[in-house]
Design a binder for this molecule. Structure first.
Ligand code: AHR
Length: 540
């Protein structure tokens, strides 16, 4: 039996087992005693990302019923997103951020000059959605802004002017300009990204060169009015530990958060050192292949168990990446002052046939939902260092919450996972130990179970647990220590097919339903997890 320790959460992975043994009950235990863990699972782990890319903003949040109609917000989308209580919204990119000159997007909309969005398909960006429109969206969503400034093609002066335009209380040249454009009050933004993917589409810097550049920009993003900036540096691409070392060694003192990016793909392995190869996943295409190997089907649907297995294996690697990068951060920042932010994560499939390949529009199936639950459980378990994450992206792009077609919209399975996991927002992490069992496929194996647990302010205990095995159910016998709990209720997201998904014809084919597979007897909780399922349990 192998034993793996993930901070206070201990995962016991049974070694190579026969399929029959894999079905034996697995054991788990949760320490729910008051004070057993003091770490809060930051709600910002459940953050989102909207870039000027494809149909995320335009024809997503911001649409017009006809070419001549004025742009407007989509209330149905906003209402749906309010239900998952999105805590922050990263904007305007992505690769687009290092190409964006914010003054193009202020003033009367009719007078804003269009530009070409050379980051994403060379389409015309009419700049109708700019700073004021973003803050109005943030207000309507009830979320916190997270703005990414331009390092790659911008200047310190341009970034400082934007910071002042947004935050200066009044009287400065930029505050006066804001007022002239109809907004007297500052918006008071604290989350501020200094560039995006500076190892790739954000300027192709080396870690040392970026650290120097970062320090220069960060020096002038200063406290203004009541706002103290929370300055976020471009973090590593996946497993690029050299980037993390270069940044921590040269700029840790000026950094509040580091923005790691990791996409889960069907390719064979974690994307290695794209920075060294000079390739990003964005403007340059999708980077070099991670590993030579058998060609796998990259479609979001219509895949086989091979692609199911590889995708989930790669999602589980999020845990390794977080541990590797945290260990480097710990060397320079043992107090854990600096947030590890997973500022772009999610599945990256091939685009849907017939759509613009640079728009990154993909379907979203039960497999994506499991990638989300695996990743969110990792972030919860490492909540002492991971304080923020942003799934890419909110609407119509990559692992979206919502897909639209004209006036129609559908909620994806990933949306439902985010809704189920709202119970963990700002809750106290609970120490959880579990035997993960193994899901085997063609002589390879990965843990079958993933889980995390927390207690909310009202004292309720929540467990999220997923079974990654598409064929076999699992029973998990969980002991609860330190709390007297007498009631359990649950919901489950599952389906018969690995690629089950919602469509515009069948928008509710996949959605959570009541789960009756958990039985509480004394302090023992038996959970019968069907194959390929995600469960959320509430105990009180
Ligand atoms: O999310 C799509 C793109 O992926 C982003 O623009 C970029 O930062 C990353 O490569």
């Amino acid at each position: 039996m192998r034993v793996r320790v993930a901070f206070p959460l201990v995962v016991l992975i049974a070694g190579m087992q026969t399929p029959a043994a894999a079905q034996a009950p697995l054991s788990a235990s949760i320490n729910a005693s008051p004070g057993a863990d003091t770490v809060t699972i930051s709600r910002h782990i459940y953050g989102h990302f909207a870039e000027h890319l494809g149909r995320d903003i335009y024809d997503g949040f911001w649409y017009r019923p006809s070419e001549t109609a004025p742009w407007q917000y989509r209330d149905d989308i906003i209402e749906a997103l309010k239900k998952i209580r999105i805590p922050n919204l990263r904007w305007p990119g992505g690769c687009f951020a290092d190409y964006y000159h914010w003054k193009d997007g202020i003033g009367p909309q009719a007078q804003r000059a269009p530009i070409v969005n050379s980051s994403w398909g060379g389409v015309i960006e009419d700049n109708s959605f700019g700073t004021h429109e973003y803050f109005e969206l943030v207000r309507r969503l009830g979320t916190e802004p997270f703005v990414v400034g331009n390092v790659g093609s911008g200047t310190v002066q341009e970034m400082v002017d934007w910071w002042d335009y947004i935050n200066h209380p009044g009287g400065s040249p930029m505050a006066n300009l804001r007022k002239a454009n109809g907004r007297a009050e500052p918006w008071q933004v604290r989350f501020w990204g200094i560039g995006n993917e500076s190892w790739g589409c954000g300027g192709n810097f080396t870690p040392e060169a970026y650290a120097t550049e970062y320090r220069r920009f960060a020096t002038y993003i200063r406290a203004v009015g009541d706002v103290r900036p929370f300055r976020i540096a471009t973090g590593p691409n996946s497993a690029d530990t050299a980037w993390m070392v270069g940044l921590m060694a040269n700029a840790a003192r000026q950094i509040d958060g580091i923005d790691l990016h990791y996409y889960t793909r069907t390719r064979g392995s974690v994307v290695p050192q794209l920075a060294a190869a000079g390739g990003g996943q964005g403007a340059q295409g999708q980077g070099p292949p991670a590993q030579q190997g058998p060609e796998l089907n990259r479609s979001a649907t219509g895949f086989t168990e091979s692609e199911w297995f590889v995708m989930l294996r790669n999602a589980l690697r999020t845990d390794e990446l977080v541990q590797q990068h945290s260990a480097i951060m710990d060397r320079y920042d043992p107090q854990k002052r600096i947030w590890l932010i997973v500022g772009e994560w999610g599945t990256w499939h091939s685009t849907e046939p017939g759509t613009n390949p640079r728009f990154l529009y993909q379907q979203n199936a039960l497999r994506d939902a499991l990638v989300a639950s695996v990743s969110l459980d990792v972030f919860n378990r490492h909540a002492d260092r991971v304080k923020m994450a942003n799934i890419a992206q909110t609407i119509n792009v990559l692992q979206a919450m919502i897909l639209t077609q004209g006036p129609q919209m559908i909620l994806t399975p990933t949306y439902h996972v985010f809704e189920m996991y709202t119970v963990h927002h700002d809750a106290t992490r609970l120490p959880l130990t579990y035997e993960a069992g193994s899901y085997e496929f063609e002589n390879r194996s990965i843990p079958a179970i993933t889980a995390s647990a927390s207690r909310d302010r009202a004292g309720k205990v929540h467990i999220t647990m997923s079974n990654l095995d598409p064929n076999q159910p699992r029973t998990v016998r969980t002991t609860l220590d330190g709390a007297r709990l007498s009631r359990v209720a649950g919901r489950i997201l599952t389906a018969d097919k690995m690629d089950a998904h919602n469509t515009f014809e069948q928008p509710t084919a996949l959605q959570p339903v009541v789960f009756n597979g958990a039985r509480l007897s004394g302090n023992t909780l038996n959970i019968d997890l069907p194959a390929k399922s995600i469960v959320v349990l509430e105990l009180q």
